[in-house]
Design a protein. Structure first.
Length: 71
């Protein structure tokens, strides 16, 4: 704050105005456009199909059907 330089922030807001992701990085660490795109694609996929995308999911990869009993 004392330097007057803002932190890097990313906010993903869906078409219903729901905040889906917040990321704030410290100054020496940048953001990844590729990771941002992956997150947007994962949110869109889960909204459409009702399934869960595991960590590092990419379009076309396997997803998980939600199961509260198995969790």
């Amino acid at each position: 704050e004392e330097t007057g330089i803002p932190f890097r922030g990313l906010f993903i807001i869906d078409d219903k105005q729901n905040l889906r992701q917040i990321t704030v990085n410290d100054l020496p660490v940048g953001r990844s456009v590729e990771e941002t795109l992956r997150l947007v694609q994962a949110f869109q996929y889960t909204d459409k199909h009702g399934e869960v995308c595991p960590a590092n999911w990419r379009p076309g990869a396997k997803t998980i059907k939600p199961d509260t009993k198995a969790a």
